[in-house]
Write a protein that binds this ligand. Structure first.
Ligand SMILES: Cc1cc2nc3c(=O)[nH]c(=O)nc-3n(C[C@H](O)[C@H](O)[C@H](O)COP(=O)(O)O)c2cc1C
Length: 436
């Protein structure tokens, strides 16, 4: 069978872009993070470009610590709009693009999540998706009456049961349960109501959900993270995985492993899409693309730069950023490795934090360079598509649309038109049978 190479594209549009200096870029509105207009305009551009979905990562609080002292006040990522509220508003002003937001299984109850995402699916006519995360910071615990964040294993065990409960709640009503027969006075068919009566280690939820079955059957489930329990949750329940591999061999290993787990849950390989994060810097020439990257790197504030080294190396704020990386004891093995690299390559502190600044995998070059790489990943079974994480918004998206999309389309790698009005169908996922 010929390998299907048409790729899926998501737009990760948190904050003002994924580069740590995004907010200082001359084309970026520094107050965009709390502006609905800013997000809506970007979402509309993504819809005009036929992206499968917009995607909001999230944390329930300010997660960065003020290290070194003062660094937090130089960081734009301290305020943002709550993503589900934002999705509901964007959903009402768009008609095709998928709407995915992150919500934590550690700091929510399953009923809240089932109900809210079901509502977004109804409001948007079948475009909602939930990115399941467990949260990772101590700072989030402090916002929820807890002194300590739950341990890794317990968090993931809770997440596994949480997702099961949410799915049961979404299956409370069969699709044709509501007959609403005015003549007979019967509103719903009792035989089509399924009360979950869930009792598990972490949750006791009777149900049913007070929302009808949603246009997609249930919202799309996305999973981000790569540990063993995360992979089990993904193989069992996710429709999309948002991953973060940095090279093609790691991506292939992950892809092969996840796809091979699906049959044991009665699922086929094409029922789970793997979409790694990707940041692109593109222009007509390689030099111009490099200049775009360099311009942002130059804008990194020294205190913000030092904060990227703090957890691994400690506080370097007493040293000259343009001097050599000092021979201090590292905090952990990542720090030791960074100091070794700095000494080997004769890096200054500034040069070292610049290397640390990029979040997801990044490609710098012409459209042909970048599409060659993307095509290799998709045809080589390392990815089914990508979650674009632009360095700046909306500029990074504008460049992608101007340069990269035409090249993808020329090679038959991306759609010209939406196939459907639902996210599930646009992702090429088959309709969901009740109870699956
Ligand atoms: C691509 C990607 C996106 C993520 N997005 C979020 C997020 O929005 N919010 C969050 O709390 N955690 C997020 N995480 C963290 C994961 O949910 C997970 O806690 C973390 O990756 C550690 O688990 P792991 O060892 O399984 O990767 C993300 C992880 C990855 C790889």
């Amino acid at each position: 069978m010929e390998k299907k190479t048409m790729m899926k594209l998501g737009l990760s549009m948190r904050y003002l872009g994924y580069h740590m200096a995004a907010w200082r870029h001359p084309d970026v509105p520094a107050d965009g993070g709390i502006s609905f207009k800013y997000y809506l305009e970007t979402a509309r551009k993504a819809e005009a470009a036929k992206f499968d979905m917009i995607f909001f990562a999230d944390g329930v609080g300010i997660r960065a610590a003020d290290n070194p002292k003062g660094a937090l006040s130089h960081d734009s990522k301290n305020v943002e709009l709550e993503p589900l509220t934002l999705l509901a508003a964007i959903g009402a002003c768009t008609s095709k693009i998928g709407l995915v937001a992150t919500a934590s299984t550690t700091y929510n109850e399953p009923f809240h999540i089932a109900r809210k995402y079901a509502s977004i699916d109804h409001i948007s006519g079948g475009r909602a998706g939930w990115n399941v995360v467990t949260s990772w910071s101590q700072e989030e615990a402090w916002n929820f009456s807890k002194d300590e964040h739950l341990g890794y294993d317990e968090r993931y065990e809770r997440a596994d049961e949480f997702v099961d409960v949410v799915k049961k709640l979404w299956d409370s009503w069969e699709e044709d349960a509501f007959i609403r027969d005015k003549a007979s006075g019967v509103f719903y068919d009792e035989s089509k109501l399924h009360i979950p009566h869930h009792k598990g280690k972490h949750f006791k939820v009777r149900g049913p959900l007070n929302s009808a079955r949603t246009p997609q059957g249930r919202p799309i489930i996305v999973q981000a993270g790569s540990n063993e329990t995360g992979r089990v949750i993904a193989a069992k329940s996710a429709d999309v995985v948002y991953s973060a591999p940095f090279d093609i061999s790691a991506a292939k290993e992950y892809y092969t492993d996840l796809k091979s787990r699906l049959p044991s849950y009665g699922r086929t390989r094409d029922q789970l899409l793997i979409m790694p994060g990707l940041t692109t810097y593109v222009a007509k020439t390689r030099q111009q693309a490099q200049d775009k990257f360099d311009q942002l790197q130059e804008l990194i504030d020294p205190l913000s730069g030092l904060s990227t080294l703090y957890s691994a190396i400690g506080d370097l704020s007493a040293y000259d950023v343009d001097g050599p990386v000092p021979d201090v004891p590292a905090v952990n093995s990542i720090g030791k490795n960074l100091i070794d690299i700095a000494h080997r390559d004769n890096l200054t502190i500034r040069q070292l934090y610049k290397r640390r600044a990029s979040g997801s995998r990044q490609l710098i070059g012409t459209a042909e360079d970048i599409v060659d790489d993307m095509e290799q990943w998709v045809t080589g079974e390392a990815a089914d598509g990508f979650n674009l994480c632009p360095a700046i918004l909306p500029g990074g998206l504008d460049d992608f649309v101007e340069f990269i999309l035409p090249e993808l389309r020329k090679r038959g790698l991306f759609r010209n038109e939406y196939e459907s009005n639902t996210l599930r169908a646009n992702l090429g996922l088959s309709p969901l049978a009740f109870g699956k």
